[in-house]
Design a protein around this ligand. Structure first.
Ligand code: AMP
Ligand code: MG
Length: 429
């Protein structure tokens, strides 16, 4: 009897992710671009406010600016109106013993210490009767109440959302220093793959992963070079890797990372660089290949020896990640591993998706020894329903679902129990 080949030990999901992320660091290269064109880019430097916001004391009501000390305790509070201050106009200091007509957003005149809203006053010719005793500071938004001059309003590593751009603009930033986009080369292996629009020959299937993965990469703001379908041949795979290594930060492949005779990605990467094959104890997913591909030496230079560990490639190498071919496996491994890896390269500070704790409105009595990522959706009662077919080939589940339940190894789920749920709004962001 022959001895069975020992199986590689399976890595826990968290361990695999930590190893992967420890190899990544933000890419070099920044550019200064107009704030108006910076949506979804990643800040390379802190944005510091050069001014107080609001830049002066402003009124938060339509009413009258007064000096509280001018009001008598007896309530005989008829004051002459000495000026009118609309928003956007610089006021005179408030004459003692008078009130200033003022509007929302207008500058509070020097000397005034409260605003009385117009509903608590009565106009009386050139005077105004004040019918309320305000506290000092009432209805005044103090200069710098939102932002102090010199404070960091957006730290380096922030992904620029619409509201972050608004905040940058509120402190007068017309340009922002952002990191250049991460350059990703992607290709697909499998002689069975056909592009939609082409006739489907016997034994063929459509290349759905090309659309899914390109969409995911584009959503992350990557600059994508799509090499399309590469034949299941060692030479063709090696040639594409060599070409892709030249001008990219990461080469992403899909399919061909198992150990079948038609799986050429593994030997191709080993020949062109270095590779670690990980069996991750997750479902769907399992095989994930990680490594680097050598870059050709520019004329007159020698390529530095790649280090033994899968560390950040210098100019001498390009990162490589090989995803499994099954559509749900490549989708899930992208979301859980490639997304945080790319965001780290992009210089993003917060790369971990946030999970929700939600009630399972289903029972899954069979525990799996792997960490399952189950496609589920939030029902109107706020609980989770499970897609009935959790096969790694069933792409329908990813469109039906709102996210993935992170079910730990060896754990059955009973209806009513609270589970960890990663909404797609977090994983696809
Ligand atoms: P592989 O990882 O190459 O062994 O592929 C595993 C399964 O995924 C096979 O059934 C393939 O036909 C399928 N597959 C591989 N690549 C793709 C793709 N780009 N689009 C859709 N299905 C794929
Ligand atoms: Mg294949």
């Amino acid at each position: 009897m022959s001895t069975p080949t020992p199986r590689a030990p399976m890595l826990a999901t968290a361990e695999a992710l930590a190893t992967l992320l420890s190899a990544a660091s933000p890419i070099a290269g920044t550019e200064s671009i107009p704030t108006l064109a910076a949506l979804n880019r990643v800040l390379a430097t802190d944005v510091t406010s050069p001014l107080d916001v609001p830049p002066m004391n402003t009124s938060s009501m339509d009413g009258y600016a007064i000096r509280t000390a001018d009001l008598t305790a007896q309530g005989n509070n008829r004051l002459p109106v000495s000026q009118r201050i609309p928003a956007g106009h610089a006021p005179e200091p408030l004459k003692p013993g008078t009130a200033a007509r003022i509007f929302t957003g207008a500058t509070v005149p020097l000397g005034a210490d409260a605003i009385v809203m117009q509903e608590q006053t009565e106009a009386a010719g050139a005077d105004v009767a004040i019918l309320h005793s305000p506290q000092p500071g009432e209805w005044i938004t103090a200069q710098g109440a939102d932002i102090r001059s010199g404070s960091v309003v957006l730290p380096a590593g922030t992904r620029l959302t619409p509201q972050a751009l608004g905040l940058a603009a509120s402190v007068g930033c017309a340009e922002l220093v952002v990191r250049r986009r991460v350059k990703v080369a992607v290709f697909f292996t499998g002689d069975e793959l056909t592009m939609p629009g082409e006739p489907l020959k016997p034994g063929a299937i459509y290349n759905s992963n090309r659309l899914t993965l390109r969409g995911l990469l584009e959503k992350l703001g990557c600059e994508v070079s799509d090499y399309g379908i590469v034949a299941d041949k060692l030479d063709a795979t090696r040639a594409t890797l060599r070409e892709a290594a030249e001008a990219h930060d990461l080469i992403l492949t899909c399919g061909g990372v198992s150990v079948g005779e038609e799986d050429h990605v593994k030997p191709a990467v080993e020949a062109e660089g270095r590779l670690a094959m990980w069996q991750i104890a997750m479902k769907p997913g399992k095989p994930l290949a990680f490594g680097a591909v050598r870059r050709a030496a520019p004329r007159g230079e020698t390529v530095a020896e790649p280090s033994a560990s899968a560390s950040a490639p210098g100019a001498a190498e390009t990162f490589f990640i090989g995803l499994p071919g099954n559509p749900v496996s490549s989708f899930a491994t992208f979301l859980l591993f490639v997304r945080p890896f790319i965001l780290t390269l992009a210089g993003v500070q917060a790369v971990a998706p946030r999970a929700l704790s939600l009630r399972a409105d289903f029972t899954q009595s069979k525990a799996d020894r792997r960490n399952e990522f189950l496609r589920a959706r939030i029902n109107p009662a706020g609980g989770l329903d499970l897609f009935p077919n959790q096969s790694s080939a069933v792409l329908t589940s990813t469109v039906w679902g709102d996210g993935l339940i992170d079910n730990p190894p060896n754990h059955a789920i009973s209806a009513g129990e609270t589970v960890r749920f990663f909404p797609f709004s977090e994983l696809l962001n």
